[in-house]
Design a protein around this ligand. Structure first.
Ligand code: TRP
Length: 327
């Protein structure tokens, strides 16, 4: 039986090459073999402080980049979470199965409540339960995520087990598919993850060839002497070459490095060119999509319609199982 895949991405606006090799490129691969649902999770995004007037553009840009990066709306269902209200309804049913203690132990909740002390809201606390609803609404069995989401996934499995135990077999236990890709670090601060919130740290999918080359050439490589270990910046350049270049290129520069003769003046242009080469067709698709008025929003509306067909069916089943419907 074909596997059903679900994953979510935060609407942070235009996506960068870290998101691309860490998640999106893998999603595109999964659409070739599985029935895939991908959601831009706006309801998760509003659990931390945000600028209201910026949110629609963040959603739009994320969708534009996902489509440009190769998610084909003919081969997967791409939609905005809040357009499918069944997510919040299932979340409420699941709230009755999730324990406060388990939610208090979530490291993301602990981190975020440290970071936003002034606004530790119930939505932030409930975030992992909404995530479980996202996944189980489509009865997904496979969830491509990064390592930081494993704890949330474990909670989704726990909720599925509890539901099945109390109300009868309904949901599969979703398994994580750890994305094989390496972590891409900030170009200007290679000890931290590449991030939209660190200016100068990222290359976006819309960057031009010149911008890409310039950013790679400026990437921090040395951070003082390190005994026998590759510096984080150089390591990051190798990560990028592995992600975007050929195995031969990686072997070539690795041999230079081992011989102590690595030249950044050769490595950097090679990395820049490899990235620019892969991003060129993406940038073109992005421009074509952006020039079609209504194009992206129409795709998202159609995606939500398709998602709702499955979502409604699951909700009917869940309500009945929980005794919320007359016999
Ligand atoms: N919490 C995930 C993240 O921050 C995003 C997400 C929301 C998600 N719902 C999901 C991921 C369901 C996988 C499945 O990356």
């Amino acid at each position: 039986m074909a596997t059903r895949v679900f994953s979510g991405i935060q609407p942070t606006g235009a996506i960068h090459i870290g998101n691309y090799v860490g998640a999106v490129r893998n999603w595109v691969r999964l659409t070739r073999e599985h029935e895939c649902y991908f959601s831009i999770v706006d309801l998760h995004a509003i659990t931390i402080p945000y600028e209201v007037k910026e949110l629609p553009a963040r959603i739009y840009e994320a969708a534009l980049d996902l489509l440009a990066a190769g998610l084909d709306p003919e081969r997967c269902v791409l939609f905005v979470q809040s357009y499918v209200p069944e997510h919040t309804e299932l979340c409420w049913l699941f709230n009755t199965l999730a324990s406060v203690g388990a939610l208090e132990r979530m490291t993301q909740f602990k981190d975020k409540s440290e970071q936003f002390r002034e606004n530790v809201n119930v939505g932030l606390f409930d975030y992992p339960v909404l995530q479980a609803a996202d996944i189980l609404l489509y009865k997904a069995d496979l969830v491509p995520v990064g390592e930081d989401q494993l704890q949330h996934l474990e909670l989704s499995r726990e909720i599925a087990r509890r539901f099945n135990h109390h109300f009868g077999d309904t949901f599969p236990e979703p398994k994580p598919a750890l994305t094989p890709a390496a972590r891409v670090m900030a170009l200007n601060e290679p000890t931290r993850k590449m991030s939209k919130s660190i200016p100068g740290s990222f290359i976006s999918l819309a960057d031009t060839d010149q911008e890409i080359r310039k950013k790679v050439n400026r990437a921090v490589t040395d951070v003082g002497p390190l005994e026998g270990e590759m510096s984080p910046g150089v390591k990051n350049l190798f990560t990028l070459l592995e992600a975007f270049g050929t195995p031969e290129q990686v072997a070539h520069f690795q041999a230079q490095y081992d011989a102590g003769s690595l030249r950044y003046s050769e490595l950097k242009p090679a990395v820049g060119e490899a990235i620019a080469g892969e991003l060129a067709p993406i940038r073109e698709r992005r421009a074509a999509l952006a020039s079609e008025p209504g194009g992206v929003w129409e795709i998202l509306d159609a995606g939500a319609e398709r998602a709702r067909v499955v979502a409604r069916r699951t909700m009917e089943e869940a309500r009945e199982r929980m005794g919320l419907r007359r016999k």
